[in-house]
Design a protein around this ligand. Structure first.
Ligand code: 4AD
Ligand code: MG
Length: 454
């Protein structure tokens, strides 16, 4: 059986071959301690001069950080090791001696680290974050499949805006297949790509929601999961220009139940992380109490109105019908010990597709789920407007191109039903669960206002 570091308990006392990298090293002259990693975990390898061939000790002594190696040794229980085990090394093969590794022990600024993201991903903290991210992704699939949802893939090139026109990424839908199309000119910037008479513009998807709304009429309960794009002008720790979203949508679900569906999902995700990733949360020095609270469910619901009152009490200058900025969200989200909902926002600050609240037609049946500990919004959701005429007038109020939305209006023409859904921002969720300072650490290769490299 192939050995990986995270199976050390099963291999206690046995000889194993470890294929991995040296991530740290300490030497005392007669013993070399090699910190090794193989993707599954981290373990200390011990090379004792008096117990190995001279050549093996020489290799251990000269091997550089981040060199790839194949080592053979005996797994041994070691109480003082964080993993509980170490390897008494007998033999070392250096697969590739690493050049001097640029990421060291000293503090690096975020810009340096982001420019070295391709290497930074290897460090312990980043390793732990991506493992938690992986658990979250799988937990979403597992839970929704268990609940009878099927995954439907929404397109990335879209003709219309889902979440308002201000954050759209236009892409010239270049007819590269046309014979008269001059690729040379494009690459030299001589082709007027702003002239949409030559070809249509499409937009990178802001959310797959509108498309999965179509799919519920075929499948009842569906979800998508994919990259979404927003030309966000904000340079905050909460905004990326490319991020991953899971949209879920279901027929005959109304506003109150929509929140219950979200609560159940987040409860499952957080319980799964607590079950599978305790080691990673330890590496991240994550206090797990708020996660344990979250796993209990029972998320409070407050109205937008009540949120405004709470903010005023905290001396925040906010109008009755304003949206919440980052500061306001942080304050509210510090007032709860688990995720909570803010429902029924003023109509004019929300998307065109949200259903009017019959008790107060100036508001909509929406909810934002905010994470505690100052993290703010992680999910946006709502009941959808299912009435043809009302939806059409909302599209007009928002000055959206009516013909682009004809297909979406059709859904209200052929067997319309009450329905609701929501979108989870994966990076927001990862950042809160791992308690990160900035979303840029939650995604392997972050794209932000001024960064799209490497
Ligand atoms: O609240 P939003 O804009 O809602 C929608 O897009 C709906 N169409 C979803 C739906 O009902 N199916 O975005 C959903 C979530 C937010 O709650 C937030 O977590 C995340 O997406 N999000 C971002 N994450 C990172 N960077 C950004 N610029 C984000 N914008 C939104
Ligand atoms: Mg939102």
């Amino acid at each position: 059986m192939e050995y990986r570091i995270n199976q050390s308990a099963e291999f206690n006392g046995k000889e194993v071959t470890l294929k991995g990298w040296v991530y740290n090293k300490r030497s005392s002259g007669s013993i070399v301690f090699l910190q090794l990693r193989d993707g599954s975990g981290f373990i200390q390898g011990v090379v004792v001069r008096s117990e190995v061939d001279e050549q093996v000790f020489k290799y251990a002594d000269k091997v550089t950080l981040e060199s790839s190696v194949i080592v053979t040794g005996i797994v041994k229980e070691e109480k003082r090791s964080p993993t509980g085990y170490e390897i008494m090394i007998k033999d070392i093969n250096i697969v590739s001696m690493s050049a001097e590794y640029p990421i060291g022990k000293k503090e690096h600024g975020p810009d340096f680290l982001l420019s070295h993201r391709h290497l930074w991903l290897r460090s312990k903290r980043q390793w732990a974050i991506q493992r938690v991210r992986n658990t979250i992704i799988n937990a979403i699939f597992e839970h929704l499949n268990n609940e009878g949802y099927i995954k439907i893939d929404a397109p990335i090139f879209t003709p219309n805006a889902c979440e308002g026109t201000t954050t759209l990424y236009p892409v010239p839908y270049l007819p590269a297949w046309k014979e008269d199309f001059d690729k040379e000119k494009i690459s030299k910037g001589k082709y007027d790509i702003t002239n949409s008479d030559n070809f249509p513009f499409v937009y990178l998807s802001q959310s797959g929601q509108l498309y999965i709304e179509a799919a519920i009429f075929a499948h009842g309960k569906v979800f998508d999961f994919g990259p979404t794009f927003r030309a966000e002008k904000s340079k905050t720790r909460r905004h990326l220009t490319e991020f991953w979203m899971m949209d879920a949508e279901a027929v005959f679900v109304e506003h109150a139940q929509n929140m219950k569906v979200q609560e159940k999902l987040i409860t499952f995700i957080v319980s799964t992380v607590l079950k599978n990733n305790i080691n990673e949360l330890k590496i991240l020095e994550r206090d797990i109490k708020p996660l344990q609270q979250t796993a209990l469910g029972d998320y409070p619901v407050i109205s937008h109105k009540e949120a405004v009152v709470r903010l005023k009490k905290s001396n925040i200058n906010i109008g009755e019908r304003d949206d919440f900025g980052a500061e306001a969200e942080t304050i509210l989200s510090n007032q709860f010990d688990r995720p909570f909902f803010i429902e029924k926002y003023p109509k004019e600050i929300k998307a065109f597709y949200m259903k009017e609240d019959s008790e107060d037609p100036t508001r909509v049946l929406n909810s934002d789920m905010l994470a505690p500990e100052g993290y703010g919004e992680i999910i946006g959701g709502s009941q959808r407007e299912d009435d043809y005429d009302k939806l059409l007038s909302r599209i007009r109020e928002h000055k959206l191109n009516e013909s682009d939305f004809q297909w979406y209006l059709d859904l209200r023409k052929y067997g319309s039903v009450p329905h609701s859904g929501f979108g989870v921002g994966l990076e927001r969720l990862v950042s809160w669960i791992c308690k990160l300072d900035h979303l840029r650490e939650s995604i392997p290769f972050p794209r932000m206002m001024e960064r799209f490299n490497p």
